[in-house]
Write a protein that binds this ligand. Sequence first.
Ligand code: PLP
Length: 469
Amino acid sequence: MTAEEFRRAGHDLIDWIAQYLEECEKYPVLSRVAPGEVRRSVEAPLPQHGEAWSAMWRDFDRHIMPGITHWQSPNFYAYFPANSSYPAILGELLSAGLGVNGMLWSCSPAMTELEMFVLDWLVDLLALPAHFKGAGVIQDTASSASLCALLAAREQALEWRGNAIGLASAGARLTLYTSDQAHSSIEKAAMIAGLGRENLRLVKSDDAGAIIPAHLAQLMNADRAAGCTPCFVSATMGTTSSLAMDPLRPIGEIAAAERVWLHVDGAMAGTALACPEFRDIADGLELADSFCVNPHKWMLTNFDLDAFYVREPQRLVRTLSILPEYLRAAQSDEVINYRDWHIPLGRRFRALKLWFVIRSYGVEGIRAHIRSHAHLASQFARWVQADSRFELAAPPRLNLVCFRLRAGDEASEALLRRLNESGAIHLTHTRLQGRYALRLCIGSPRTRESHVSAAWSLIQRIADVVLGR
Ligand code: PLP
């Protein structure tokens, strides 16, 4: 591809993206392809010679688009949002255009320094504890951030011997704690960090899905009595199933008394801290050793970008640092080399898109985005409560409503299946206290009251069918 061809294709592509985002509600939200269909449709011999962009673009349109589920549609209510925005897309494009790798400060000083600066802005935007200033790093995902937190907690508990002599030789049987509602990434981190799933204790949650602190203390005491060493607690600010909020203060007090690392996973709900009226969920966050939030979920910043903060970054650096000769740089003592703050060596210029988003929307624009979703979710929850065939499955929180048909799990499952088959909206489900629940999570910047009320009318109509009326 020549520079001239790139220019032309690039202009067309930007036009296409703008039109796609304006019109994406015209597509069935959930892709309708069968397993293997896309693979079969792109099957072709390995090209021996280069092809024209026009041929690739034609195939994208023909074969790839049908296999896309439209996450940016205003009718996408599944999982958690991965909302995007024009400034973030431009930031991604610019990052690709520069093609830089910021493993060391000297590899592109602007990459490191902008990242430090933007993460400090995020501390102000979310009113995070002041000790997180100068202590943030961008990770790809919350899963990676939680894993890094656990690795640092592990090394701290082993007095930094685990990395040196291996876990078997380091001796201690370490235990870790999270709620029975925590995201699966914590269990995965326990596996990867070599601590073992069997040493992960699931603390009971209450009816609202939040950790019961007394049970946490009980589990830790029992473990100490059995000769284990508690090393890590992960509390969740907004659980995946129902956005339940773990009480951070009592959990933090227990962790501090036990000298155990407290990590707070605010992957989804952390963004709500931009609004002063939602900041009660952060009570006790100053007790945390680490915290992560995903602007790539609810802060208009294209996937991927997780902001990870550590109270004392030297504990993280001591855990992850390794210095081969070919990475020695003259300024190592004066600057941050982010390669020591996460697992991969290389890193993309992700800070650009967050910088553009914060400047483009401003604090008030980001707040308006969150408030509008929270408002629409509470409106939807009122409609659910007003229809005697339905019930709320958990207290509605922020932008999420969990609900079900009173007729039971089978009816609720049938309702979800038919809703998704309709192509008009896309929802997903969970189980709360053993019972099936549909989740409606409002996340697209394009979702208006008209979309949510159309979704509710459709849900009511399909409920008529499911319930045989
Ligand atoms: N933590 C919580 C509370 C989540 O809800 C999720 C995803 O939904 C994750 C972690 C995982 O996020 P990521 O895909 O960034 O690893």
